[in-house]
Design a protein around this ligand. Sequence first.
Ligand code: NAD
Length: 494
Amino acid sequence: MLSAQELNQLTQQTFAGATYGVFINNQWQGADRTFPVENPATGEVLVTIPDAGAPEAAAAIDAAYAALPAWSALPAIQRADLMRKAAALMLEQRERLATIMTLEQGKPISESRGEIAYAASFLSWFAGEAERVYGQIVPASSANKRILVMRQPVGVCVLITPWNFPAAMLTRKLGPALAAGCTAICKPAEQTPLSALELGRIFIEAGFPPGVVNIVPTSDPVPFSETIFADERVRKISFTGSTEVGRILIANSARTVKRMSMELGGNAPFIIFDDADLIPAVKGAVASKFRNAGQTCICANRIFVQRGIYDRFAEAFTREVAAMPVGNGLQPDSLIGPLIDQPARQKIERHVADATAHGAQILTGGAPLPADHNPTGTFWKPTVLANASSQMLVAQEETFGPVAPLIPFSEEDEVLAQANGTPFGLAAYFYTRDVSRVLRIAERLEFGIIGANDALPSTAQAPFGGVKQSGLGREGGSVGIDEYLEVKYVSLGL
Ligand code: NAD
């Protein structure tokens, strides 16, 4: 356990000599205003950084547009080399990057280390895809014609990311964008700009030409947004965040008809059938629900448990959850860090109060840590609610916190109707040993990502994304690069 003094020293050392600015053309620029980046575990200001407005957004577009012809013309193998170098540098500097992530985001240091490796994997995996952007020659219907299909970069892309995975959400977009030959303007979340800005340093060190990647931190996304939507040169927006903001961006895109990719909110069902292996199901549910203190878009939001296994599952699950250490993410044994801010805590309080008022019982947790261990008030004990129902707020809304409602069910059709009964369709999970049921349920769940006896499906090689109001398009996998490519058809008369 680190003392308060040791934690303080680690923070000081991490930022000693670090300068942050608006990252344009491989240079750190100032802005008229600044804004503080705070540690959600302590409330202290970590650093104060330039606050980009409309002029900086416009300068970033100029830079990305100027860099586009040379970057897209660079042979794919050379783009891939640079991307692999950046990925290797991220891994070399993993400890520093992970510490910065925990300091600004709050997640346990072990998870931050994992996220840096995961984030680097999008650069190295898409480096391979850069070398495989193939076109087609299609048989024509007349002898004196040839049909050629080319795939070319979309152009300047704007990448907008949330605070919950400040490095991986960015590289999951940057990897395919850079591989395709696009240039980028990244806008990190106002709570977590440092993890993104650190990548700027890495891109310089890897040898990326100026203007290919630009990073624009701001405390107010609206002037940034207005500038990019008004500009014809921005051809694509890729957004990860809430469905509410996603809707606004989709509406704004009509103005200059930009291509859009949307990774939005979820409300994942996690179903345990009577015949599931109990221990893997319990471990999977804990991993899915409590990673990042429950602040992940694909985390289990509603845990449906069949009546024949309900009591055994509830007991074993509660035992594991009650033993999870809560505390500052820099403490090596911490498994649950702080919530990102006060509104996040208020949402959880509202969900727990509504569930208990409607008959759910608290099996563990159900309250914040005591005030003497809770400097910001954002540390919430991991919570299990028994006998919850699909009508409760905790099942209707994305809780985004360490609260696990257990909802009993009897029949397969009944649980499928409840699982699909949401406007969201990002991730869904189920545990069963019946192989026929695996396919039956996977086919009938209306979600983009299915974990069948697997609680952690995210990986660079697989297509990630949602249906219904959870999004448009896919990130990752061989289809991930398609989002950054235009198809051009050349009809050649001989
Ligand atoms: P948010 O929508 O509030 O913010 C996301 C980003 O959008 C931030 O960078 C923010 O500054 C920016 N933004 C907000 N208003 C904007 C505007 N008018 N114009 C341009 N940009 C604007 O979301 P959040 O609270 O940061 O993240 C949590 C949400 O993200 C959850 O709903 C979660 O499910 C979702 N999420 C989805 C995925 C996925 O892959 N589907 C991954 C992670 C998080």
